[in-house]
Ligand binder design. Structure first.
Ligand code: HEM
Ligand code: HEM
Length: 186
């Protein structure tokens, strides 16, 4: 088996790494926040604040994803390690693309559901995002995308992504995680 400390890893740029870990942190924050807020009595004073926080973090994720994709178009992902089989490459590419799609789809559908449902979308209590004309059908559609389908795609993709990382770290030991970690000074 290859000793990971002996491999020269092609890494993502520090900017791409930082944006990845900030995104991960925000996703792990906003999803449990959503569980808490929807399971609280809507009369609870804090419920409204939690909705605002969930929505603001979601919009922040969208902004970071846009920056990430622009950055990625100018600084492409480093080539995958040699040991990656063909299906492994395909699976990595497909699951990463789907993660980007869902990280855009969730904030957009959340905004659509709220804005066309007549609910203002506040951004960290600083200002409200522009509203949209109230249209119940569009709001219901946003709900279907966000809650009925989207949340399950988020769970499935994140579980798959983290499990794949565990597999690469613990079983394959091929330096995949190091690609997303800063270079250590030797
Ligand atoms: C990446 C960003 C986002 C993720 C991962 C996410 C995730 C979730 C999840 C998992 C739930 C379901 C909770 C449950 O039913 O147990 C939820 C609910 C909700 N989200 Fe998001 N969300 C995101 C962004 C947004 C944004 C930007 C908005 C609004 C602008 C929003 C508004 C809502 C609302 C209002 C609900 C409650 C729906 C209901 O059951 O009535 N979300 N979100
Ligand atoms: C413990 C949590 C996580 C770990 C250990 C982890 C690890 C990694 C690693 C090692 C890579 C590089 C894969 C490669 O070799 O190309 C990667 C890429 C990626 N991760 Fe994560 N990740 C985590 C959480 C997340 C979360 C929560 C999201 C978003 C929901 C996410 C989205 C992505 C995306 C989109 C890429 C592809 C980057 C690109 O090619 O531009 N990750 N992750």
């Amino acid at each position: 088996m290859t000793d990971p400390s002996q491999i020269a890893f092609a890494r993502f740029t520090p900017v791409a790494q930082a944006l990845h870990w900030i995104t991960a942190l925000l996703v792990f924050l906003t999803v449990p926040l959503a569980w808490v807020m929807v399971n609280m009595p809507s009369t609870a004073h804090i419920a409204g604040q939690l909705f605002t926080l969930h929505e603001s973090i979601g919009i922040t994720i969208l902004m970071i994803i846009v920056v990430r994709l622009i950055w990625r178009s100018r600084h492409p992902a480093p080539p995958l390690p040699q040991g990656f089989a063909r299906w492994d490459r395909l699976a990595a590419r497909a699951s990463h693309s789907l993660l980007y799609v869902i990280l855009i789809g969730m904030p957009v559908s959340g905004y659509l559901m709220n804005a066309t449902g007549g609910f203002p979308v506040g951004f960290y209590w600083l200002f409200n995002l522009p509203g949209l004309p109230k249209t119940q059908e569009l709001s219901d559609f946003g709900f279907q995308l966000h809650v009925v389908v989207g949340q399950w795609l988020v769970y499935a993709l994140v579980i798959l992504h983290v499990s794949a990382t565990v597999w690469h770290v613990a079983v394959k030991k091929d330096g995949t995680l190091e690609r997303m970690l800063p270079k250590q000074k030797s």
